[in-house]
Design a protein around this ligand. Structure first.
Ligand SMILES: [Zn+2]
Length: 139
């Protein structure tokens, strides 16, 4: 069901990488965090416990595929997984690879910025992510 004024009911929420009936994986265009992705439930649900256990499994599995691909391809210090929904209550997970020299480390990316830095994402990362996530979403 579409909710009025919900940004994620009316917009994809980023550049679409892959989707199925349940969810979509998008690339967030954030200059400071170029590999930042979101896994977004397609329908308007606000809490994880409002999903069936099967849906929870598939949603988190998609999050973990994104995490695994980032770990393998980008060699980050840490992956940050976050789900807030305070501003946009539509269920979504942020998946953010973090590096010791990134602008906010060790703060969250929404915390105080500590430095300026820029990191490039290897060109092959997006193709690999699309391949991995599409393989998972189709089964
Ligand atoms: Zn929504």
């Amino acid at each position: 069901m579409e909710h009025k004024n919900c940004e994620l009911c009316s917009n994809v929420g980023g550049e679409l990488i892959a989707s199925n009936d349940l969810l979509r994986v998008v690339r967030v265009h954030d200059e400071k965090y170029p590999a930042f992705c979101r896994v977004i439930l397609n329908r308007h649900v606000t809490e994880m416990t409002h999903l069936s256990s099967d849906e929870r499994y598939h949603l988190m599995d998609a999050v973990f595929i994104v995490e695994r691909t980032m770990l393998d391809a980008l060699n980050p210090r840490k992956i940050n997984l976050a789900s807030f929904g305070n501003m946009v209550s539509h269920l979504h997970w942020h998946v953010i690879p973090r590096f010791e020299d990134d602008p906010h480390f060790p703060n969250t990316i929404w915390g105080e910025q500590l430095r300026d830095s820029q990191r490039l994402v290897p060109a092959e990362f997006w193709g690999l992510l699309e391949k991995n996530i599409s393989a998972q979403l189709s089964c």
